[in-house]
Design a protein. Structure first.
Length: 135
């Protein structure tokens, strides 16, 4: 209300534009979709590994991972349920993804798998950057 200059009609139109109306469409290139699917697969693998060792963690660590999982769930549900949610919500989704994936990479038994996964992630991000610049 104070941002809009004490104008209640502009405040209501601001709420309408930001909460109710759908966000502008975003073009998902096949490369980005492929990387997101592989990232989702890595996230599921790291969640399964975390669930297996969850009872052995300390209480503070369990609370932290529970909070991260809730952030993950809420951001996914908000992206698909709220019509005004845009693609920028994925940046919030990446915060728990980074923690869960780093936990998986640190505690995986075979370090060759961790190195391969890290190399795949690095190459996927570099490929997206190159194709976004030159395409």
């Amino acid at each position: 209300y104070y941002i809009s200059g004490s104008d209640l009609s502009s405040f209501s139109s601001l709420l309408l534009n930001n909460i109710v109306l759908p966000a502008s469409p975003y073009y998902w290139s096949p490369l980005i979709v492929t990387v997101l699917i592989s990232g989702t697969l890595l996230l599921v693998i790291s969640l399964v590994q975390l669930i297996g060792i969850f009872p052995t963690k300390k209480i503070k660590t369990r609370k932290t991972f529970s909070l991260l999982i809730w952030i993950l769930i809420i951001s996914v549900v908000a992206y698909f349920a709220v019509p005004s949610a845009s693609v920028e919500l994925i940046s919030i989704l990446l915060i728990p993804f980074a923690y869960l994936l780093s936990h998986f990479l640190v505690f995986v038994r075979n370090k060759k798998i961790a190195n391969i996964v890290f190399a795949i992630i690095f190459l996927a991000i570099a490929t997206i950057q190159v194709f976004e610049i030159y395409a």
